[in-house]
Design a protein around this ligand. Structure first.
Ligand code: GTP
Ligand code: MG
Length: 139
């Protein structure tokens, strides 16, 4: 099922560095409609649940620790071809490999502190959006 929606988090590094406003502005100017938005903070427990798919990977502990270290913005975004376009828009996971002009090229410092999350499939976008938002919090 193609939903034309994706889920994003502006990660703790980008929020702490004061980049959240600039990143949200770029998201909106790139044509994404914000259909849900929340300023919140993950705990080690909720970050662990969110990234449970990576629980066997060597970087899991660092990822959970990093993602729960400070506040984030979570959002559901709508646009045609949202999943694929947003992944291109944010750039490669490792910012040193991200294309020029992408969010990670411009705002990320490392593969851990990589500024932003984007869902990798329609199915995961729905799961991730439901993780953060109930039916009264999205339109
Ligand atoms: P997200 O949008 O955050 O899901 O990133 P992604 O989809 O580009 O990458 P992936 O889902 O594979 O990994 C989730 C997060 O784990 C990444 O954003 C990285 O911060 C971290 N990560 C992934 N691969 C590595 C790795 O090889 N080494 C380290 N240190 N961290 C990694
Ligand atoms: Mg991912």
């Amino acid at each position: 099922m193609v939903t034309n929606r994706t889920f994003t988090m502006i990660k703790p590094d980008a929020v702490a560095n004061g980049h959240a406003g600039a990143i949200l502005d770029r998201i909106i100017k790139a044509g994404y409609k914000v259909v849900a938005l929340k300023y919140t903070k993950l705990t080690t427990e909720t970050a662990g649940q969110f990234y449970a798919v990576h629980s066997e990977r060597p970087f899991y502990k660092d990822l959970v620790s990093f993602m729960s270290q400070g506040p984030i913005y979570a959002a559901i975004l709508e646009k045609d071809n949202a999943i694929e376009d947003f992944r291109k828009f944010i750039g490669a996971t490792d910012p040193s490999k991200a294309d020029a002009g992408t969010i990670r090229a411009d705002f990320a410092k490392s593969i851990d502190a990589n500024a932003i999350h984007g869902s990798d499939s329609d199915e995961n976008a729905a799961i991730e959006g439901n993780f953060f938002f109930n039916n009264f919090e999205r339109f």
